[in-house]
Unconditional design. Sequence first.
Length: 156
Amino acid sequence: MARPSKRNEIAMQSLPLFLENGFKGTSIDMVVAACRVSKPTVYRHFPDKNALLVAALEYWRDVQPGVDWSTVTARALWPKLEDLLLTPEAVRLLALCIGEGTRFPDAQRVLFKHVERAWRAPLEQWAKQHGLDVESFVREFDQRLLRQLMTPAAEE
């Protein structure tokens, strides 16, 4: 497997920092230390911290596993969703974008577009194929996601 580009490597290694410390609490100095690169190297690839967060979210989005929802049975659906889509990392990313989204609307758009494309649209299609009321199904998904978002980290 090819080694990720320096840009992707910085984005990938900055993601845990954003998840742990939030946008405001993550400094470029922290990114420099975690990535073992110089500040000019970070700024060569990213003009500001917002661009770095957008790149980190895009990298995360791109490495998420694809799912063939047509093969998932009704009984296996919710466990599959929890295993793939409602992971602690994904929920923390959503919480970060919801909580601090006004500071980085571009990052929020990247994540919410991913949620729509990778989660909501395929699940709505799955619900239709299985003869379920799509509105009720989506409401159930949203409620499960909200429960995950509202669960304190200590309870995970």
